[in-house]
Design a protein around this ligand. Structure first.
Ligand code: 13P
Length: 346
């Protein structure tokens, strides 16, 4: 219990309110620039700002989006007219969130594996972000499936860091999004993905418990249990839904208010279909809201249409809103492929 307890519970529930999900737009400058470069968009501070303005000023976005995860550069930026992004969001009824990890680095002694950094000075950064208006945070751990990996050393180091981060967030008034991402890269089967995801989640919740993290004041952001991207046999939508929900029901305490998936490189249609199937097949037995916290699976069509051209903003916003709408429907088990007809663009 601390003075933030009630606020944290309320924020966590609001983040996963019925029909809503969380928009991830917290790409580091490096990741954002790589996505810009692929489309021939100049990698300038102004273009990153303009793109984030496009996203956050999308009309009616808050019908489907409860909050958005920002990056350190973005939370300090404003619209062209000078309105701080945090104010744009709160005025629209969206909760500002902030990525606080400083990235996944090679884990010493563990070739091919990563550990996420960012704990040093985190208490002070959390205080600053809370002061700026952030009410939740995110930390992403990366688990790679390969020959003989992940090792226990990697799972333990990443889970420990996630738990230390989550405890600091709750102390400072931010709801922690705990994100252990088992990467889709590789030719592994869905069964192997299940095994690794289950081990990962067991270790994450063990470490959260050891660090006194309150389960009812956090959100879990896992990857889905899915076939590796280059596995010759790709599991069907219903198989992914069954394996993912089976794994979560076996590992995640019911006190957690919500699970908001990452898209992890799935196509936008698959990301919606998988989320929808989980809600159709498991809503009755799920103790948690099952929703989305996608980046690529929401943003990509808008980014591709915009391409840095100011005259494309309004149409790009329609594409963004469309994906938010599809995923909102999927979070209620009400999505179908007819919804994929793109909105009419002028
Ligand atoms: P994707 O949905 O593109 O995987 O991104 C989610 C995210 O926040 C990754 O950390």
């Amino acid at each position: 219990m601390n003075s933030y307890t009630q606020e944290l519970k309320n924020t966590a529930r609001a983040m996963v309110a019925e029909g809503k999900g969380i928009l991830a737009m917290d790409e580091s400058n490096g990741t954002c620039n790589r996505r810009f470069e692929k489309l021939g968009i100049a990698t300038t501070v102004e273009n990153r700002r303009a793109y984030r303005e496009l996203i956050l000023t999308t009309p009616n976005l808050s019908n489907y989006i409860s909050g958005a995860i920002l990056y350190d550069e973005t939370i300090r930026q404003s619209t062209q007219e000078g309105v701080p992004f945090v104010k744009v969001m709160t005025d629209a009824g969206m909760i500002p969130g902030i990525k606080v990890d400083t990235g996944a680095k090679d884990l010493a002694g563990h070739p091919g594996e990563k550990v996420t950094e960012g704990l040093d000075g985190l208490r002070d950064r959390i205080a600053e972000y809370y002061e700026m208006g952030a009410r939740f945070a995110k930390w992403r751990a990366v688990i790679t499936i390969g020959d003989g990996i992940p090792s226990y050393g990697c799972l333990e180091a990443n889970a420990h860091a996630l738990a230390r981060y989550a405890a600091l967030c709750q102390e400072g008034g931010l709801v922690p999004i705990v994100e252990p991402e088992v990467l889709i890269d590789g030719d592994h089967t869905i069964e192997r993905c299940y095994e690794v995801t289950e081990k990962t989640l067991h270790e994450v919740f063990r470490q959260l418990y050891v660090q006194n993290v309150a389960y009812d004041q956090m959100i879990l952001k896992p990857s889905m249990v899915i076939s590796g991207a280059s596995c010759p046999v790709q599991a069907k939508v219903e198989e992914v839904a069954t394996a993912t929900m089976g794994c979560l029901l076996n590992t995640v305490p019911p006190a957690v208010p919500g699970i908001a998936f990452l898209s992890g490189g799935q196509s936008k249609e698959r990301a919606s279909a998988h989320l929808n199937a989980m809600n159709v097949m498991f809503k009755a037995q799920s103790p948690w809201r099952i929703t989305f916290s996608y980046a690529r699976a929401i943003q990509q069509p808008a980014l591709e249409y915009w391409r840095g051209n100011p005259s494309n903003v309004a149409e790009a916003q329609k594409l963004l809103l469309h994906r938010a709408m599809c995923n909102s429907a999927a979070s209620q088990g009400a999505y179908n492929t007819d919804m994929e007809k793109q909105p009419a663009l002028v």
